[in-house]
Ligand binder design. Structure first.
Ligand SMILES: [Mg+2]
Length: 276
């Protein structure tokens, strides 16, 4: 039996209930150990992940959990999980540094797939841990913010376009220089700190594009956001303009460009040339 969107929302709300009061506290920021995703796990990351694990264990679900801190772990009956190909791709807290510092922009991201490829993701939930807003989508059924359907914006570069630019700190100035012809076409740039939530901002038409050139960007950060963006009519592609359909694995990392339909040709021609 497939997991319902209501079940996935409940998982996210359980995380909210456990960590909301910890946002910005000293306790939240205690460093623990290096997580499977490669970053240092903080106390708040582990609390959030443990809520997910215990909620799943209490639910009788049989699935493979791919989660930032623990890596990969079967929940329930391994044979049944392998057979039903249910996979949950979770970032317990996307934007951990914001969560620890009390910068109000962090989320829990949950993607649910039946199959082992990105295109097999069927349901997605991203909950804003500051506002409790829930972005969610079911494949083929559209994307929503709480009870309202969302859609990408239809602005083009002749209008005031906003985008997020996420670059590695290494060679920052050099990259900015290289991207300056693109940056100048936009009206405003933002760097917010939770890729999952930023994909939702593009999906809901608050931003026109999200350029994330960090090669360390993890699948767990964006798996759910990709479905929400696609269901809202948005586009997401690799730096060479290709569709992204990788294996669902903790080791998968990739830079990407997400945008509304109007900006797709411009970004593909300009940015892809600049990167190569
Ligand atoms: Mg995280």
């Amino acid at each position: 039996m497939e997991l319902s969107i209501e079940f996935l929302k409940k998982l996210a709300i359980n995380v909210y209930n456990a960590v909301h009061q910890l946002l910005g506290t000293r306790e939240a920021a205690i460093k623990s150990k290096r997580g499977a995703g490669g970053d240092m796990s903080m106390e708040i990351d582990l609390i959030a992940e443990n809520v997910i694990i215990s909620s799943l264990e209490n639910s009788k679900a049989n699935l493979l959990l791919i989660s930032e801190e623990l890596g990969e772990k079967y929940i329930g009956d391994i044979d049944k999980a392998k057979k039903n190909q249910n996979i949950l791709i979770v970032d317990p807290i996307d934007g951990s540094n914001n969560a620890a510092r009390g910068i109000p922009y962090c989320s829990v991201s949950i993607g649910y797939a039946v199959g082992n490829k990105i295109k097999d993701i069927k349901k997605a939930v991203i909950l804003n841990l500051n506002t409790k807003d829930i972005y969610w989508a079911k494949k083929g059924k559209g994307a929503f913010l709480n009870d309202s359907k969302i859609h990408i914006s239809d602005l083009d570069l002749s209008q005031n376009c906003y985008f997020e630019l996420n670059l590695p700190m290494k060679n920052l100035m050099e990259n900015l220089q290289k991207l300056s012809p693109i940056i100048r076409k936009f009206y405003r740039v933002r760097i917010l700190g939770s890729s999952a939530l930023t994909l939702c901002l593009v999906a809901s038409g608050r931003l026109e594009a999200f350029i994330n050139l960090r090669k360390s960007n993890r699948l767990v950060d964006v798996a759910a956001g990709m479905l929400i963006l696609n269901e809202a009519g948005g586009k997401i592609f690799t730096l060479d303009g290709k569709e992204i359909n990788k294996d669902l694995s903790i080791d998968v990392k990739f830079p990407f460009i997400a945008c509304n339909v109007k900006l797709e040709p411009f970004l593909k021609s300009e940015l892809i040339d600049k990167e190569s």
